[in-house]
Design a binder for this molecule. Structure first.
Ligand code: P6P
Length: 342
C-alpha cells in the first residue's frame, strides 16, 4: 500500500466533519483561497520569463497586457474569493479601501483580508515571495460587509495562512487545530500534505533582522541582537538568516526555530521611529499561525493577537518566532527583564 496522499481539499473536508453544524462555507472559502494560490503560483513561476513576455504594463508577445505580479495576485484573490458567495467584504494590501463584493454576487458569512504578493521587490532577483491571508466571521448582521467587519483583533481569526513561492510552492495554514503545510505537485496541480502539525522549537537557532535598521531603532533592540549573536543563559549563539521577504523568513524560522525582528525605525534623523509591517494582513495572520505552532508574536509591548486594528493598513513592530526568544525581547523592551549578561 503506497503512502497516504492527502490533498488540501481532502484535509479541509476531513476537518469539516468535526463540525456537524458546518454548512461548508468555511471549507469552500479555504478551498477557494488554495485554488487562487495555484493560479498565482503558475503566474509567479513564469515571472522569470517576463523580459521575454514583456515588462509589466507593456504587452507580451501574444499582444496581451502584462500586469505587475502583485496586481495580478490581488485581482486573482479578489475575484475568486469575491465571487465564492462565502465573503461579505475583503481587504488587500494593494487596495486603499475595503474591497466590496461585485454586484450580482451573493454576500457570505466570512471576511477575507490578504497581502496578495508580499516582497514583490524580490521577484526580479528570484528570491522567494509570498501571499498572506486571514479569515474572520462577519460581525455585522447582513448585506455588504463594512469596515467594522474588517477591523477585528487577531484573536478573532478563524483561519490564517500563507503561500510561499520558493523552490517549491507551499500552502501553510491553521484553522485553530494546529498548523499544516502542503506542497504543490505541479504535475497534478494539487497541494499535498507534507508537513502535518508543524511545531516551532521553543528556542531558535536563527535571528532575522535587517542589520542596517538597528542604528535607527530603539538601542535596546541592537543590544538584544548583540546578545542573540553571543547566546545567553543556556541559549546557544544564534546565526543570522535574512531573505528580506517576510513569508520566506517566517517560513524558514517556523520550521527550523528562530526569531524575526522588525522594530520601529527612524528613517530620517530627528524623526520618531515608525513600524513598517502591516497588522491586519501580515503580523496578525502570522501571529495566529506561530501561536498555533507553539511560538509567540509580540509588538514589543504585548501579544500581536490582542491588538485591535484602528485602520486597514495600520503598521506595527513585529517580533515573531520561537517563544523563548520573543519573550526575552518583549521582556527587555517592556523593561520587565534586564538584558542577560548586563
Ligand atoms: P527591509 C518586503 O518589502 C517587506 O514588506 C517584507 O516582505 C520584508 O520582511 C520587509 O519588507 C523587508 O524590509 O526594510 O528589510 O527591506
Amino acid at each position: 500500500m503506497g503512502p497516504n496522499i492527502i490533498t488540501i481539499e481532502r484535509q479541509i473536508m476531513d476537518a469539516q466533519r468535526r463540525y456537524p453544524e458546518a454548512r461548508g462555507a468555511f471549507s469552500g472559502l479555504l478551498s477557494d483561497v488554495a485554488f487562487a494560490a495555484k493560479v498565482i503560483a503558475a503566474h509567479v513561476n513564469r515571472a522569470g520569463l517576463v523580459d521575454i513576455l514583456g515588462e509589466a504594463g507593456g504587452e507580451n508577445v501574444q499582444g496581451e497586457r502584462v500586469q505587475k505580479l502583485d496586481v495580478y495576485a490581488h485581482e486573482t484573490l479578489a475575484r475568486i474569493a469575491g465571487r465564492s458567495g462565502h465573503v461579505c467584504v475583503m481587504a488587500s494590501e494593494e487596495w486603499e479601501q475595503p474591497v466590496a463584493i461585485e454586484p450580482g454576487y451573493p454576500c457570505g458569512r466570512y471576511v477575507l483580508v490578504f497581502d496578495p504578493l508580499d516582497g514583490s521587490s524580490n521577484i526580479d532577483v528570484n528570491i522567494s515571495i509570498g501571499t498572506i491571508f486571514s479569515i474572520f466571521r462577519r460581525v455585522t448582521r447582513e448585506g455588504p460587509g463594512t469596515l467594522q467587519d474588517l477591523l477585528q483583533g487577531g484573536y478573532r481569526q478563524v483561519a490564517a495562512g500563507y503561500v510561499v513561492y520558493g523552490s517549491s510552492t507551499m500552502f501553510v495554514y491553521t484553522a485553530g487545530t494546529g498548523v499544516h503545510g502542503f506542497t504543490l505537485d505541479p504535475s497534478v496541480g494539487e497541494f499535498l500534505l507534507s508537513h502535518e502539525d508543524i511545531r516551532i522549537p521553543r528556542q531558535g537557532r536563527i535571528y532575522s533582522v535587517n542589520d542596517a535598521n538597528l542604528p535607527l531603532a530603539d538601542p535596546r533592540v541592537g543590544a538584544i541582537v548583540d546578545q542573540l549573536r553571543r547566546g545567553w543563559e543556556g541559549h546557544p549563539p544564534l546565526t543570522a538568516r535574512y531573505a528580506g521577504s517576510l513569508v520566506a523568513d517566517f517560513h524558514r524560522n517556523l520550521l527550523r526555530g528562530g526569531v524575526f525582528l522588525y522594530p520601529a525605525v527612524a528613517r530620517h534623523p530627528g524623526e520618531s521611529p515608525k513600524p513598517k509591517l502591516r497588522l491586519l494582513y501580515e503580523a496578525a495572520p502570522l501571529a495566529y499561525i506561530v501561536d498555533q505552532a507553539g511560538g509567540y508574536a509580540s509588538d514589543g509591548e504585548g501579544p500581536i493577537l490582542r491588538r485591535e486594528p484602528r485602520s486597514l493598513h495600520e503598521r506595527v513592530p513585529l517580533f515573531i518566532g520561537s517563544v523563548e526568544d520573543v519573550q526575552l525581547i518583549e521582556g527587555v523592551l517592556r523593561g520587565a527583564r534586564a538584558l542577560p549578561g548586563t
